[in-house]
Structure formats: C-alpha cells, structure tokens
Unconditional design. Structure first.
Length: 488
C-alpha cells in the first residue's frame, strides 16, 4: 500500500507540474497574458480577445465551419490592423467572459459589452464604438406584455451577467438564465418564458434571418446602450484603443462595417444546406477534440483509479483515509464545478492551464474517483484464497496482484468501466465551458447564426451515438474474449 500511495502522489504531482507554465513556477501571482508578451505602445503585439462566437450578427461563425465573423469581429480586426498588432480570438460563453478576463485568459472582451458605472469601476472600458437600444420581444399573439413595465412577475430569458438581464430584473421580471440569445428566442417561441430583452440590432438581424419567426418586438428601452471593449483594470490599453476607435470613426471605417451587417437583408439558407455545410466541421471536432480528450482522460483516470482503489483497501488508516477523502470529494462535487476550479480559479493562485490540458486533468481525476470504487469492488469480489495460494508458492504482493488478481478482476470490471468510458464521451461536451471547441460546441457555433437547433443538435446526437455504439461493440468483444478463460 505504501507503493500505491507513493505512485498516486507521483501521478498527481506530475499532472500539476505539467499544468504549471514556467512563468508560474515562481511565487509571483498569475500575471496577465499581456504582461508575458512584448508590448508596443501599451498594446500587446498579440492581442487576445474574448468573444462569444454565438451572438449574431456581432460574433458568430459563418457557414462551412469557417472562422469568426460579425460586426464586433470586423471592428476589432480593423483596430488590430490600425494599431499594427495581431488579434487572436478566444471563444468563451458570455456568463464566463469576465471570469476568464480576470483569470488572464485574454486581454480584451469584444462582445457587445454595455457601458455601466458598476463595470466601469471594476474594469477598463473603452469609448463606445456603436450605440443602440434594447427591445422587448414577446411571442406573436401575446397581448398582455406591451411595455417594459409589464414584465413585472413575468419570466424573461437572459444571459444572467448581461446588461439586458439587469433591465428585465429592474422591471420586476424573474430571470431565466440561458447561454445565448438564440436559446433565449427558442425558449420564448416554445412558451417556456414570457419575454426577453436584448439588443435591437441583434433582434433585427434575427427577424431578417427568420421572417416567419413566432416572435415580435413590442417596445424599446428608454436608455441608449453604448457598446464598449473591456479590459482588466489599469491594463494600460485604453489610450490606444480609444484613439483607434476615434480614427476608424473619422475615416468612415466604422460606418462601412455597420452598413455591411445592418444595411442589407440577411440571406436565407435551407436546412439541408446548413447540415451539409456543418457535417464535416462537426466530425473534425469529434476526431480532434472529443475522441482524443476521451482516450487520454480515460487512460490517465484508470491509472489514478487503480492506485486509489488499492489505497482504499489498505489496512493503514491514513492511506485508506486519503483514498476515501479523494473519492468523496470527486463524487460529491459536480464535474462542471471541478472544471471551473481548475480552469478559472487556479490562475488566481498562479497556476494557468491551457484549455485542453485543463479538461484532461478534470476528466482524469473525475474518472479516477468513480472508477476507483469499481477497481476495489472487482478485486474484493475474488476469493481470499487466491492471495493465500499465491503466497504459498512464494509470490509477493505486487506479483500476486499483477499475475493473479488483476487479470481475474478485469473480467468483472469491464462492464462498469465501459459504462464509465461511455459516460465520459458524453461528459466531454462540458469542456465547451472552458474554451475547448469539441463536438457539442461546434454544433452550438453552427446553430447560433442559423437557429437550426433540431437539425444541428440532432446531428451532434447521432455522432455521439455512433461513437458510443462503437465502444459498446468493443466492450462486447472484450467480454467475450475474457470469458474464454473462464471454466464452464
């Protein structure tokens, strides 16, 4: 058991060491991403920009799996060109946007951030690059909600950290949290909520894209919404950002970009064409992210599970107690919380981990916690006489475990471990919240500008099903092969 505990410690220390970049090894706190790059005139040469990627027409993906486009993206690209810096985008769910900014995942947020005094006190906010108003949207046929004041006691679908959520909440509405405007509109059309408040330009784009939509605009907000870029407090970026905005407004660039997205009718695309355009990008996401993430995490997780499972059976209270504590924590906390702790919380302690590696660590330790009990129960299901018989022929603990116990326990463990593996395939969809563009996130990116939820999420479901079906076949063959060595 001492060997087991030492092995576990080595594995965990190795994972943590691999996760910590060289710049984080000293005792200094997590430095902003920009502080680690060469800076020219107050702006990094490589400016990392956080954006949602699912908020048309401001930040979204075009057809055939193409890269980011949208009003905010074009404005930021123009600013980068004007300043002579390279712009890199980090796609982040809106409700995690400011947490990622504070964790140093990127330098600036470009996602229709509305200026307000509370944000201005906490972050560096640029001058406005576009101004608009909010609109109140309800289902067609709705007659009771006509003004913002009528939201009192009603349910409004909003991004919980958005300015529009504050408008609806201030009117007395109950906020129903959603990840994107597209899902807010879908919930409204399905009758799950009563209304939503959102950007006038975004809603105009939606109605142009879906002229037969089952929603309508009934009112506008009184206040003008000023969209700004946000950075960490005292970042030093504002002088250059504000100058670039002013220059682009003066030379007409902002007007040209505005006309591109808001001056023409949106093009219509059939459902089948959208499915064909996104079939391969979703397969590619599965091959490059979902499947590798599953394979690597499960392999490392099984190493952890074996060590923790053996520790759990130790007669030494300290060793078994540590194993129990580990299993209890993993099984007692949501996987989503574990992902957030590793990706968003650790940077505050000086440990900054890249998205894919963070996902691997989170999924591995999660699999280890659950599979450890499978390992333990499989080993303990064998007759104790197996140990005694091995001892009488001179086998030591490790030899008995390797040659006698584990081969027999593997036959019992295959079905539950296969279930754990299949569950892991589906759990990888949670990696989207820490910026990993896996299969489900690719489906979300495709659905956001097209609103084809049934078609694209249905395709994603089929892809997951096929992967799990293949794993089920492998499980069946493995069980058959192992059972050949069992006496009838």
């Amino acid at each position: 058991m001492k060997r087991a505990s030492a092995t576990l410690a080595a594995v965990l220390i190795g994972l943590l060491y691999a996760a910590v970049p060289a710049s984080a090894l000293p005792a200094s706190a997590a430095a902003p991403a920009a502080a680690q790059q060469a800076v020219q005139d107050g702006i990094p040469k490589v400016l990392k920009v956080g954006t949602e990627g699912v908020y048309p027409p401001f930040s979204y993906h075009g057809g055939t799996g193409s890269g980011l486009t949208g009003y905010d993206i074009d404005v930021m690209n123009a600013i980068g060109k004007h300043l002579g810096v390279k712009v890199e985008y980090v796609e982040t769910p809106f409700d995690s946007m400011f947490a990622a900014l504070e964790a140093g995942r990127f330098d600036v947020v470009a996602n229709q951030i509305t200026f307000n005094e509370e944000r201005n006190a906490r972050y560096d906010l640029s001058d406005s690059y576009v101004e608009t108003t909010g609109v109140l949207v309800v289902r067609k046929g709705e007659s009771q909600i006509k003004t913002i004041a009528d939201l009192k006691g009603k349910r409004a679908a909003e991004n919980i950290t958005s300015n529009w959520a504050e408008v609806a909440k201030g009117a007395g509405a109950t906020i129903v949290g959603v990840d994107s405007m597209a899902l807010a509109i879908d919930n409204l059309e399905q009758g799950r909520v009563d209304a939503l408040v959102n950007d006038k330009l975004a809603i105009r784009n939606y109605l142009a894209t879906k002229p037969d939509a089952g929603v309508k605009v009934v009112a506008e907000t009184d206040d003008v919404s000023k969209s700004v870029f946000a950075a960490r407090k005292d970042s030093g970026y504002l002088p250059q950002l504000n100058k670039a905005i002013a220059d682009l407004r003066a030379d007409g660039t902002l007007d040209t970009i505005y006309a591109k997205y808001f001056g023409a009718e949106a093009k219509q695309t059939s459902t089948w064409q959208i499915m064909r355009q996104n079939a391969w990008p979703m397969v590619r996401a599965a091959l490059t992210k979902t499947i590798p993430l599953t394979a690597i995490s499960f392999t490392i997780g099984m190493v952890i599970a074996l060590v923790v499972g053996l520790m759990r059976m130790s007669k030494q209270p300290v060793v078994s107690g540590l194993a129990r504590l580990y299993i209890s924590f993993i099984r007692g906390t949501p996987l989503l919380v574990q992902l957030f702790l590793i990706f968003y919380a650790l940077p505050q302690l000086g440990v900054k981990i890249e998205p894919f590696l963070a996902a691997v660590i989170a999924f591995s330790v999660n699999v280890g916690g659950y599979a450890a009990e499978i390992v333990r129960s499989s080993v303990e299901s064998l007759p104790k006489g197996q140990w005694e018989a091995a001892s009488t022929v001179g086998m030591g603990y490790s030899t008995t475990l390797r040659r006698i116990i584990l081969p027999q326990a593997a036959r019992t463990a295959v079905p539950p471990l296969s279930n754990t593996l299949i569950s892991l395939v589906k759990d990888t969809s949670l990696a989207a919240v820490i910026l990993v563009t896996e299969l489900f996130q690719q489906a979300r990116l495709a659905a956001a500008p097209t609103f084809e939820f049934l078609a694209l999420f249905g395709m994603a479901a089929v892809y997951y099903w096929v992967i799990c079906l293949v794993l089920s076949v492998i499980q069946s063959r493995t069980e058959t092969r192992l059972n050949r060595f069992v006496a009838a």
